[in-house]
Design a protein around this ligand. Structure first.
Ligand code: GDP
Length: 355
């Protein structure tokens, strides 16, 4: 059975431009209607169900003319381009999409440019969040408001100042070969980069950000996101970690198939492929249910892409962050997976040799 999985989204940008604050805002997004469900905390990632996006967006949904059929969005919790480049999947980046955050008052900084070069190299579609608009002189703050509502409340001078800053950004993008525009003035999202003015601190513009990234995924990644959901899982290791009671565990983002509790997995290690059998699949307990910090996880039987999950299994001590995890069902698949992982280890060794 085919399904469309959640796109995996990374947040990049210069230090202090607001990556962490924006992710926190997204994590803490609340919707008024109970039935819209909530944000789910995964291991190393945060899921925003599409109902939450729709609920937040209200009439803004018409920014995208087509229907959005995605189940939601999965944000990688670790921001920055180091995480982006070290997390790979099938030769590309694990992230399907990115949000590039730029402090609108500071404009382009060295890591902004580095981030753009990396996104270009990986051909990752992205949108731009022009952050900290609340710092503009005289800006009137209403928390969690859509930008298009908030902008109408600003006096002429504040509006003008934002316009000037946005034009500076657009100019910078032009210099490096990108046509960019404020999102509501974009004619063709394929040709123009959308800039969404936001305040991560106060949640202004977050609704538009979520709608636009959903639209972008729906429009340009539908084929990539269509997976054979019952197939064997594939993922990428975010982190290798000791856990009390479980030994060495790996935190994994699953981007394909379904991972089952008794699956055999092949994992990339320091210099070899590790073959092991899953002992437990762990997801974080909801915060309000944690009474004893030793019991921070719930065990699950299976998990389907896209998801962040912790795997406990014997022999994971030498597993390497950034390596693939491939579930196998049968001898032939096992050999193929081992070969694939060894090839990747070799290619990483060769490319670090060059440096
Ligand atoms: P990161 O290094 O990119 O993750 O940046 P942080 O999220 O840690 O933010 C750096 C600083 O900028 C912190 O002091 C934040 O409180 C502040 N900050 C982030 N976003 C905003 C915003 O929208 N408005 C204002 N005024 N400050 C912000």
């Amino acid at each position: 059975m085919k399904k469309i999985r959640q796109p995996i989204i990374a947040v990049l940008g210069h230090v202090d431009h607001g990556k962490t604050t924006m992710l926190d805002r997204i994590r803490n997004t609340r919707v008024a209607e109970k039935e819209a469900g909530g944000i789910t905390q995964h291991i190393g990632a945060t899921e925003v169900p599409i109902d939450v996006v729709k609920q937040l967006a209200g009439p803004l949904l018409s920014l995208w003319k087509g229907e959005i059929k995605l189940p939601g969005l999965l944000f990688i919790d670790t921001p920055g381009h180091e995480a982006f480049t070290s997390l790979r999947a099938r030769g590309g980046s694990l992230a399907d999409l990115a949000i590039l955050i730029v402090d609108v008052n500071e404009g382009f900084q060295p890591q902004t440019l580095e981030s753009i070069e990396i996104l270009r190299k990986y051909r990752t579609p992205f949108i731009v969040a022009a952050n900290k608009i609340d710092r503009i002189k005289g800006w009137k703050i209403t928390e969690n408001e859509p930008f298009l509502v908030n902008i109408k409340k600003q006096d002429q001078r504040a509006q003008q100042e934002l316009e000037t800053k946005l034009w500076e950004l657009i100019g910078k993008f032009y210099e490096i070969g990108f046509q960019a525009n404020r999102f509501d003035r974009v004619q063709d999202f394929r040709k123009e980069l959308a800039i969404i003015p936001i305040s991560a601190k106060y949640g202004i513009g977050i609704p538009e950000l979520l709608v636009l990234i959903s639209g972008l995924a729906q429009k340009y990644l539908e084929e990539k996101l269509k997976i054979e959901v019952e197939g064997p899982a594939r993922g990428t290791i975010l982190e290798v970690r000791e856990e009390i009671g479980f030994g060495t565990t790996i935190d994994v983002i699953v981007y394909d198939g379904t991972l089952k509790k008794d699956d055999m997995i092949v994992v990339g290690g320091k210099d070899k492929a590790i073959v092991t059998k899953i002992r437990a699949l762990l997801k974080p307990k909801p915060l309000d249910e944690i009474r004893d910090p030793r019991y921070r996880f719930d065990q699950v039987e299976e998990v389907s892409a896209s998801a962040g999950i912790k795997i406990a299994a014997p022999g994971l001590e030498d597993a390497l962050a950034g390596s693939p995890v491939i579930a196998v069902r049968g001898e032939e698949e096992l050999e193929r997976a081992k070969g694939e992982i060894l090839d990747q280890i070799k290619s990483v060794i060769i490319s670090t040799d060059k440096v």
